[in-house]
Design a binder for this molecule. Structure first.
Ligand SMILES: NC(=O)c1ccc[n+]([C@@H]2O[C@H](COP(=O)([O-])OP(=O)(O)OC[C@H]3O[C@@H](n4cnc5c(N)ncnc54)[C@H](OP(=O)(O)O)[C@@H]3O)[C@@H](O)[C@H]2O)c1
Length: 291
């Protein structure tokens, strides 16, 4: 079977990588970008450039969008208008779940089909076995175009029918990522204050990440069951460790914002009478503070 034609709307750093992956996989690829000059290299690689979004969605049954944000996608959809009818849109633009749901409803109301997707890797991994994508929305679109979507990276996950779900997972994962980066930098400042270079500390940071990984299943069970037995570890003990981190940071004039977060959560759970529970008890506080 020949690779199906695909249109790529948006040729920023990521859109260019996506279009390049389609081309390398042999898909006839039509490209559009607000600033046309960004298509030059792709044209040399065999892409066909068009000057309007309407032409782009008309050129292929499958149109993939990757722009800066959801308002940019909305602005481009505005220019397509009725031209959207009967097309299939896969939107790989980062967004909130609410924005993804609103874009899905809007596209469907125009008579088109919508699959939301989130890109979980940098441009360098697009089109490789390390490519990792989350999809949600119209599962028939995923099934029909799965081979094409896998040209972007082998790890393509369909989460469900809710178009907001890929954004939800994306943001949950990114939260872990950014908190992890901030934690590593805090640790680097802490050990660095006593003369330890970050690169010397790095293997030890990697070891504790492996330990964290083994702790996550227990946390997940606690969250899902509402049971937080503290036989193996408990918040009273953990608060003492968190106090050590904060006090050692203060003694070295290191900002305590990062360790103050888990410390504050542990302390609040203890103050609520849960000192003998495991750390997963903190979920109660996190849920309440959002109300
Ligand atoms: N880069 C990454 O490593 C990475 C990783 C994961 C996810 N993502 C996501 O991928 C998406 C694109 O990121 P990127 O790195 O490609 O960003 P980028 O290099 O800044 O490109 C932004 C793209 O959006 C277009 N755009 C912005 N506002 C527009 C508007 N109002 N109307 C039409 N086009 C508009 C730009 O067009 P012009 O060229 O005309 O300015 C350009 O094509 C984002 O949602 C980002 O979060 C990126």
């Amino acid at each position: 079977m020949h690779p199906e034609p695909v249109s790529m709307l948006g040729l920023g750093a990521m859109g260019t990588a996506l279009a390049g992956a389609f081309l390398r996989a042999g898909h006839p690829t039509t490209v559009w970008n607000r600033t046309p000059a960004r298509a030059h290299d792709l044209i040399s690689d065999g892409a066909i450039a068009v000057t309007t979004p309407v032409e782009a969605v008309a050129a292929s049954r499958l149109a993939v969008i990757c722009l800066l944000d959801a308002p940019a996608v909305g602005a481009v959809l505005d220019t397509i208008g009725d031209g959207l009818r009967a097309s299939t849109i896969v939107n790989l633009t980062s967004s909130t779940p609410e924005e993804a749901r609103a874009l899905s409803a809007r596209v469907i109301a125009s008579g088109a089909r919508y699959l939301d997707g989130k890109i979980m890797v940098p441009t360098s991994l697009v089109g490789t076995d390390g490519g990792f994508f989350l999809y949600s929305g119209d599962s028939a679109v995923f099934a029909e175009h799965e081979v094409t979507l896998r040209s972007l990276g082998g790890d393509a996950n369909l989460l469900g029918d809710d178009p907001g779900q890929s954004a939800l997972y994306d943001l949950g994962m990114l939260g872990i990522f950014f908190n992890g980066m901030a934690s590593f930098l805090h640790a680097a400042a802490l050990v660095g204050a006593d003369g330890v270079p970050a690169r010397t500390f790095l293997p030890y940071a990697e070891r504790i990440l492996a330990v964290l990984r083994t702790s996550l299943p227990g946390l997940a069970i606690g969250v899902d069951t509402g049971k937080h037995p503290g036989a193996e570890d408990n918040l009273d003990m953990e608060l003492a460790a968190l106090d050590h981190i904060v006090r050692t940071s203060e003694a070295r004039h290191i900002d305590t914002t990062v360790p103050a977060v888990p410390r504050g959560l542990a302390k609040a759970a203890i103050d609520a009478g849960h000192g003998r529970d495991s750390f997963s008890r903190v979920i109660d506080l996190l849920r309440q503070s959002g109300r």
